[in-house]
Design a protein around this ligand. Sequence first.
Ligand code: SF4
Length: 358
Amino acid sequence: MRKRSVTKEQIKQFALSRGLDLFGVANIERFQNAPRRMHPASIFPEARSVIAVGRRIIRGGWRGIEEGTYWPTYTHFDYHGLLNTFFIPLPLYETACFIEDFGYEAVPHFPGVPETQPPASPLRPGGVAPEVQLAIRIAAMAAGLGEIGWSKVFLTKRFGPRQRLAAIITDLELEPDPLVEPHSICKLDMACVEGCPGAIPHIRENRFVEIEIEDQKYRWADVDFGKCTLMFHGGDPRLSPFIPKAFPGYHFDVTKQNLSEEAAYKFCWPMSLGGWRVTGEFPEGYQTPGHAYIAKWGVGGSYGVGGSRGCMRSCFNYLEKHGLIEQTFEGGEFIKRPRWLLDAHGRPAGAGPATDSG
Ligand code: SF4
């Protein structure tokens, strides 16, 4: 029987017509250094290609957080909201259907978190343990979409750090796209470090992670994900005006904590989303009502309080300002006013002495 043929360009045009913004291809050989439990062939042993796709995060998603006035947009649409659970999965699935119409199997891969893989044994002797997860940013680098920046956020020439990613693993052999040269997008300017309240080491600290794909070496900061998680998921009173309301008198200096990422999640989520009895002092029924309301706006679980102050907002502001990414805006820089950052009590900088003893 004659094989039905489809070209990479046809698949790409279909994917873009369905709403995806970014499309690139890696051959399976580019994953030769990947751990087995993060390898595409552990999901689909006959895989020949991995298609990485992305869709932009709109710049306006962060506007309310940047101004310190409105949080739901980022969680609802952009962070773990509709972008991850609908705006990308629908065109991803349609693209997988398109490929299968030509007689090739296509596995849509929802990006998970390899760090959360539980200990498990293979189901077949000599096999790979279940709950395989691709490292989606590395898969996207292997597909030539962009590079991981110093902040560990994935950067593209088109949007800088503003995209979310997904992938399709297929037995269709496709021409791989060229790899992006290391540091051709990330300029090592450290704007992310300056904007982040303490989770990204400066390049002069020499703390980094390095990987190799073909002849290219990619290097990024060894980010402190315990601190990053505390900042982003509502454990940092400097970044959440909701904490002092829920816990008057609370004083917590994230820069002095030394938690693992998982321990930081274990701390933040119950403190943010847990219920609490209704009393006169706290009539809302939640541990931290502001965070719980943001999560209610979310879709499928996670929520964002910190709003990626350095790794996203400072980064794309820097790249846009220096003409280093393709998408431009008529209204000038994203960061238009002095930025807000509360103190470890959750008080506006420059406010008077604490009334509590913390
Ligand atoms: S701000 Fe962005 S471009 Fe600059 S060093 Fe950080 S990740 Fe790289």
